[in-house]
Ligand binder design. Structure first.
Ligand SMILES: Cc1cc2nc3c(=O)[nH]c(=O)nc-3n(C[C@H](O)[C@H](O)[C@H](O)COP(=O)(O)OP(=O)(O)OC[C@H]3O[C@@H](n4cnc5c(N)ncnc54)[C@H](O)[C@@H]3O)c2cc1C
Length: 382
């Protein structure tokens, strides 16, 4: 049974197959090496730009290639099947940094920033988190104050994916700190802005093919044209429109979980114990049946959220439910996948250990599982 293909239209299915073939050919063979080296494969991003795939779900007049949330979900899932680190870098660049410019930027900002970003020539990062600001966005301490006709930013952003390779950053800063969430604005800042410094690469448990660093803002001066969206409301506006990020994270989790499932299936088909392949054992067969069932359920919920988004219908709670179910299912699938490999799965040469190290962040980033549960409960009116 081919996974994640049911309920796709012929066109969507063809798109899935072409991304899958590309990933098998150009991502899978190098994924372990990129992970070990701890470097993002920048030429691959440019290749995705050349193919016009970074512009999926972006309008053509902004340098995008059309398509919508469903095509974007398929792209994320397939990339994550090959390398979760690669998918993380693509998702931060497109669904967060570039999407913030698309939805909140002025025409001039879109024209200036988006075409090169969607060609993969310039890379973006999304700089929200800080030492004191994680689940609680109201505690963002980075300040932006008016200075002449521009702004001056001071603060430090932590755990920023793509920062070591980024050409621009979308930075969340407090413009009216006394107003909490209602005083947060967004700024698009160039890497070479005076007063902006990128720290050394941070070492992580997984996602080795993505790079992360701190961004320090020390009297960082930017022009008036850096402000994205409405002053004091930019962050709340971004939370309204960046639902594609949650759908992307859910798709990403489905793809990674699927990679773990397939590796475990291959291993248990070939591994002989007690005179036959492990797939003859009931425990192994039932684990595979559960893996297939739960991953397919997570994918169908993700696809449903993407279809609602594509139809322009409210989908915030569906996006949260998809992200919650997919990320927790992915963690479970990667753990079970390693378990089915036995000791071999624990060894560095096994892809199972990479999947196991990669998965956990999907429950933390793009709103932790608890943040998603809060959103879902609020939607239920409780
Ligand atoms: C690999 C990786 C990549 C990342 N990339 C980026 C990036 O590109 N840009 C960026 O801005 N950030 C990035 N982050 C950081 C990410 O945004 C934060 O991890 C996330 O916001 C959660 O914040 P925190 O880690 O400080 O957790 P905390 O807020 O300290 O939470 C710790 C735990 O407590 C729980 N918790 C907190 N508050 C509540 C509550 N009210 N009720 C119930 N439970 C609660 C949380 O759910 C979590 O389980 C990345 C993190 C990782 C690990």
């Amino acid at each position: 049974m081919d996974s994640f293909g049911a309920l796709l239209s012929d066109e969507e299915r063809a798109w899935q197959q072409s991304v899958r073939a590309f990933v098998e050919r150009e991502v899978v063979p190098s994924a372990a090496r990129w992970d070990e080296q701890g470097r993002y494969p920048r030429p691959l991003l440019e290749r995705l730009g050349e193919l016009d795939w970074l512009g999926t779900a972006f309008p053509e007049e902004c340098g995008g290639s059309g398509g919508g949330p469903v095509e974007y979900a398929i792209l994320c899932a397939e990339l994550a099947r090959g390398s979760a680190g690669v998918a993380l870098g693509v998702y931060v660049h497109t669904a967060l940094a570039s999407a913030a410019i698309l939805h909140l930027g002025s025409d001039a900002q879109r024209r200036e920033l988006l075409p090169a970003a969607l060609r993969g020539e310039r890379v973006g990062c999304w700089a929200y988190a800080e030492a004191g600001a994680g689940a609680d966005a109201a505690s963002v301490a980075t300040r932006a104050r008016r200075d002449g006709d521009g702004w001056v930013l001071d603060g430090a952003k932590l755990y920023i994916t793509n920062a070591p390779i980024a050409d621009f950053a979308v930075i969340v800063a407090a413009t009216a700190p006394e107003r909490g969430l209602k005083g947060l604005s967004l700024f698009a800042v160039e890497r070479d802005a005076p007063g902006l410094a990128i720290g050394p690469p941070m070492r992580k448990l997984g996602m080795g093919a993505s790079e992360m660093a701190e961004i320090v803002l020390d009297g960082c001066r930017v022009g008036a044209g850096s402000l994205l969206g409405t002053e004091d409301a930019g962050f709340l506006e971004a939370m309204e429109v960046l639902t594609l990020g949650r759908i992307a994270a859910a798709s990403f989790a489905c793809g990674l979980g699927e990679a773990a499932r397939r590796a475990a299936l291959e291993h248990t088909r070939e591994r002989v114990q007690f005179g036959g392949p492990l797939t003859r054992k009931q425990f192994v067969r039932f684990t595979h049946a559960d893996l297939q069932t739960r991953l397919e359920a997570a994918w169908q919920l993700t696809l449903a959220a993407a279809r609602l988004a594509a139809a322009g219908k409210p989908h915030s709670e569906q996006a949260s439910m998809a992200k919650l179910l997919a990320s927790e299912t992915c963690t479970w699938a990667c753990e079970r996948g390693l378990h089915l490999h036995g000791a071999h799965g624990y060894m560095r040469e096994s892809a199972a250990q990479r999947f196991y190290r990669d998965c956990k962040v999907l429950e933390l980033g793009e709103g932790t599982s608890e943040v998603q549960r809060e959103t879902i409960a609020r939607g239920m009116g409780i």
